[in-house]
Design a protein around this ligand. Structure first.
Ligand SMILES: C[S@@+](CC[C@H](N)C(=O)[O-])C[C@H]1O[C@@H](n2cnc3c(N)ncnc32)[C@H](O)[C@@H]1O
Length: 189
């Protein structure tokens, strides 16, 4: 487990306030019509739970994985407050194995570990949905982020080329630059 990441995030989350907010990311909320609310969902690096709780509120059985105990505590508190249920997993995603054809929905927001791409492709059920959003190279103009932490242009499209892309955008606005994807794992007929 990356102890430095764990300590860093535990310390960031060690406040009363929700540093990433209590409302879901706009990409998830504004595209909620894609969420059937049926089946199992997985939120990778769920942090303080804003997206996991939203998905649970839509009806999914949600598992949220994160390396930070403090994040998980806040996610569970948010879920309680909203009358939703999220099953937490404290784990390092870099070594966490995902089951095959298990999830109807996978969320991954503002976390990039390229080793996850094949695991996500495998873990989604055929017909399952992926929501992914994180920073792109354009963000390096505004932040001292490491290059390896940001997406290249079209990278999500290349990684999920075997999926049916329902929506994709690359945004560079107000000193934020990110790519957002909604894609469905194609069902074999
Ligand atoms: C920028 S936050 C995003 C949180 C959440 N997805 C959201 O959008 O609100 C990044 C998250 O990744 C988690 N994280 C970092 N490294 C991790 C790892 N190796 N395994 C699991 N979680 C990790 C951190 O604890 C943190 O909650």
């Amino acid at each position: 487990m990356s102890l430095k990441d764990k300590e860093k995030w535990n310390s960031k989350y060690g406040t009363e306030e929700y540093i990433t907010g209590r409302e879901p990311c706009a990409w998830l909320k504004e595209n909620a019509e894609f969420l059937t609310g049926r089946g199992k969902a997985l939120d990778l690096a769920m942090g303080e739970g804003r997206n996991a709780v939203f998905a649970a509120g839509k009806g999914y059985d949600v598992v949220g994985v994160d390396i930070s105990e403090a994040g998980i505590r806040k996610a569970l508190a948010l879920a309680r407050e909203k009358g939703a249920r999220v099953a937490p997993v404290l784990a390092d995603i870099e070594v966490y194995d995902l089951p095959e054809n298990e999830y109807d929905l996978i969320l991954c927001f503002y976390f990039l570990d390229r080793g996850l791409f094949p695991k996500i492709r495998k873990a989604l059920k055929p017909g399952g949905l992926l929501f992914f959003e994180t920073f792109t190279v354009d963000y390096l103009k505004y932040s001292s982020f490491k290059r390896e932490w940001v997406l290249e242009y079209n990278e999500l499209l290349r990684e999920f080329a075997g999926f049916r892309v329902l929506k994709y955008q690359e945004v560079d606005r107000d000193e934020k630059a990110y790519a957002s994807l909604i894609a469905r794992k194609i069902e074999v007929r």
